[in-house]
Design a binder for this molecule. Sequence first.
Ligand code: TEU
Ligand code: CA
Length: 556
Amino acid sequence: MKRTWWKEGVIYQVYPRSFNDSNGDGIGDVPGVIEKLDYIKSLGIDIIWLCPVYKSPNDDNGYDIADYYNIMDEFGTMEDFDRLLAGVHERGMKLIMDLVVNHTSDENAWFVESRTSRNNPKRDYYIWKDGKNGGPPNNWQSFFGGDAWAYDEQTHQYYLRLFTKKQPDLNWENEAMRKDVHTMMRYWMDKGIDGFRMDVISLLSKRNFEDTNFLGFNETIEHVYANGPKIHDYLQEMHREVLADHDVMTVGEGPGISLQQGLNYVHEDRNELSMIFHFDHMFIDHGPGGKFDPVKYDLVHFKEIFAQWDKLMVKGGWSSLFLGNHDFPRMVSRFGNDNDYHAESAKALALMLLTMRGTPYIYQGDEIGMTNIAFDDITDYRDIETHNVYRSIKEQNGDLDKLMAAIHWQGRDNARTPVQWDASANGGFTTGDPWIKVNSNYSDINVALQEHDEDSILNFYRQAVACRKTHGELVYADFEVIDVLNPRVFAYWRRSDEAKYLVLINFTEDTLPFAVAELDQGETMEMLLANYASPTTLVDGRFELKPWEAVLYQIN
Ligand code: TEU
Ligand code: CA
C-alpha cells in the first residue's frame, strides 16, 4: 500500500456559515475561520476541508455558486481568503476547497446567458429539453423533493435541476464548459490549495432522459442519477488537465456509489480520485419513504458496511471515514446516546473514527459532542430541503407532527447550528443575531468549558488524534471485525507485520461480557486509549464492557 500524507492526515471540516462570526452580522465568515486556526491546529489536524465560500445567493448555503472566482460577500474578500490559506500553510496544515460543478446558481453568468435564447452560445452549458404531454420531459425527482425540471417562460423549455430550482445542472457533454471548469480549478490550484472535495461528483454524467421506475429514491440515485456512462472519462480528463503533476488530494462526494462501482473511482491505477465518500452508513436508517421516513438501524449491518468497504479498498483504493457532516444529524445524537451517556458515547464514536483504516474526517463541533436540535416552529429552520418537504406534506394534508419528529431526527440543520465556543450569549459564535438559532445546550456543551477539563470530549479527541500519530500503523494496518454478528459490540483487530491493536466498543447502555477468542496466552496488553477512568481488563478470558465503553489496546 503506497504511503502518503493524505492517507496519514486527519481532516477537519469547516462549514463557515456556522463556524465563527468575526464582525457581528450573525454569519460565520472567513476571518472567523482565521481566528480559530490555532484551535484547529491544537486538535492535531493536518488538513482543513472548507465548505463553499464562493459568491452565492445562498439558496443552498453556498452550494449554488454564482461566481467561482470570488468570495461570498457575507464571508469576506479574496484578500481574506488569501490570508486564510497562508495561515493554514504557516501552521503546517493543508487546505482543500469544495468544488461544486454538477450545477451552478441560476445567477451564474453562464446560466444568465444560457437562458436568454435557444441559440445562445452558452445554451448547451446546461441541460435544456422540451416538455412532454404538457409536463416535464420525464419523471425524474429532485433530491430536495418535487420535479427535477424547471420550466423557463422565456424560451419555453425545461432545464434539469437535481437540487433546487436555483441550481441548474451543468451539461458535462459540452466540451467548452468542461474546459471552463478546468480553467477555474487551475485558478485555485495556482493559489496553492492542496486539493478539492468534489460535491456530488457521481452525478456529472447523465443517462438517457428516460422515465425511471425504481421505487426507492436511494436506488434511483444509484441506477439513474449517479454513475452515468461518461463519469470516468470526465474524471480522468480532469485529472489529466488539472490534477496530474500536483501533490494534491481529492475526495469525491458519491451519492449512489455502491460497492460495485466504488473502486472504479479511486483505484490508484485509474487516475481519478484519491477517495470518495460513500453513503451506505449515512443512508442506513432511511426507510421506504427516504430520509424523512427513518427506521431503526442495526449494528450488524453498520459493521458489515465498514468491513465490506475496507475489503474493497484494500485492492488499490483508500477509504474516507466519517460519521457525519453538514448534511446529516450530529453523530453523537444519531449513533450514540446524547442523553445519559453523552460524553461516553461521543468519545466511543471518536475512538472508532480515529482507529479504523482510512482517512478520518472530523466535522466541526463533533469534537465537543455537539448534539441535534429540535425546533418546534418550522420557521426556525433554515434548510431549503426541510422547508420543501414541510410544504409538500402540508399541501397533501399529511401528518405534520410525524414530519416534525422526522425533521428533528434527520434534518440537515441539526448539524448547522453555530459552533458553541463558550457560555456567553449565542455560545460566543456571534455578538449579533445568529442566522440560525444556537442550540440551547451551549452553556453545558462548549469549547471553553472543555478546554479546562482534562477528561472532556475535546481533550479525548486530542488524545485520539495524537495516538494515531504516535502509532502510525493505525493508519495502514489490516482491519478485521471480531464477532461480526454481535448486535451490541463493535470490536476489531488492526494488524500488520509491525503491530497489533484491539478495539472494543460497546454500543449499548448495558454492561456486557465480551470474549476475544484469538487472544494468545502470554501476550501483553497495553491500554492506549479509553473513555472510562478504569477501563475493562481481561479477566478469566473475557472483558466486561461498561455502557458505551470503548478501549484501544496494543497487543505485544
Ligand atoms: O450533498 C449531496 C447529497 O447527496 C445530499 O443532498 C444528501 O443526499 C442529502 O443531504 C440527504 O438529505 C451535497 C452537499 O453536501 C449538500 O450540502 C448540497 O445541498 C448538495 O450537494 C447540492 O449541492
Ligand atoms: Ca460575519
